[in-house]
Write a protein that binds this ligand. Structure first.
Ligand SMILES: Cc1cc2nc3c(=O)[nH]c(=O)nc-3n(C[C@H](O)[C@H](O)[C@H](O)COP(=O)(O)O)c2cc1C
Length: 222
């Protein structure tokens, strides 16, 4: 395995073993403290899972996360969180990330194993439909509000258990209550993964082609 991604806990033995055979370890981090710990442990890359990411998202604004982590880490830096098109990927790179890390957008593809109802929910939902809470899995994460409601839970009061009064079976995190990030707002269809990648590349190139026109240099120098 040339690249191993770890999350929710730093495993020094694993880092040593993977690097020992020439592999790379990238580690998910949600705070600067976790990033510092992973950098000190010698990971090759850090994945800043920022506010608005699907699943176990962090609390940090993505621009702040990149700046903070860049200050303490020279390795490969990836940004995760709420990117659904190539313009956003270009923004992440311009802000200082080496790569972008997309999850939610790829759930709404033809090849995705997500149930059709989830894929349709991703198309219909906006960022306001995302609930950030530790109540579903025990760790703060972003989940689709309509799936919480469908599971018989009250998104405004998740301290209450599932509503058995209405005959709802106990809903399982991830299986019935679906994780997704703020990037749902920019998801409008369910293309094939190849078509999505083509689109991401085109949007990325178009965004970069526009960048020179935004230069302030002539105005600043004159
Ligand atoms: C349904 C779902 C399940 C996820 N499961 C995991 C997981 O098991 N381990 C993990 O490290 N990250 C997991 N993530 C987070 C992704 O690896 C990634 O950080 C995130 O999707 C990036 O943000 P985005 O969804 O806004 O693109 C999950 C994300 C989603 C949407």
């Amino acid at each position: 395995m040339p690249l191993v991604i770890t999350s929710l806990g730093l495993n020094r033995e694993l880092i040593k073993a993977v690097q020992g055979y020439g592999g790379l370890v990238f580690h998910d981090v949600t705070t600067l403290a976790f990033a510092a710990k992973a950098a000190e442990a010698g990971v090759d890359g850090l994945i800043a899972v920022s506010a608005g990411a699907g699943g176990h998202a962090g609390p940090l604004n993505p621009l702040a996360a990149i700046a903070d982590i860049r200050g303490i880490f020279d390795g490969t830096l990836l940004l995760g969180g709420a990117m659904s098109d190539g313009r956003q990927v270009a923004a992440a790179i311009l802000a200082g990330a080496d790569m972008a890390y997309l999850g939610t957008r790829f759930m709404a593809t033809r090849e995705s194993l997500a149930p059709p109802a989830l894929r349709n929910m991703l198309v219909d939902a906006g960022a306001a439909d995302i609930v950030y809470t530790p109540a579903i899995s025990g760790v703060p994460g972003n989940f689709l509000r309509p799936s919480i409601v469908a599971a018989g839970r009250d998104p405004e009061d998740l301290s209450r258990p599932a509503s058995y009064d209405f005959g709802t079976a106990e809903a399982k995190a991830w299986r019935d209550i679906w994780a997704a990030g703020h990037g749902v707002g920019a998801i409008g269809d369910i293309p094939s993964a190849a078509e999505l990648c083509r689109r991401l590349a085109e949007e990325y190139e178009a965004a970069l082609a526009r960048a020179p026109a935004l230069s302030l240099r002539p105005r600043v120098c004159s």
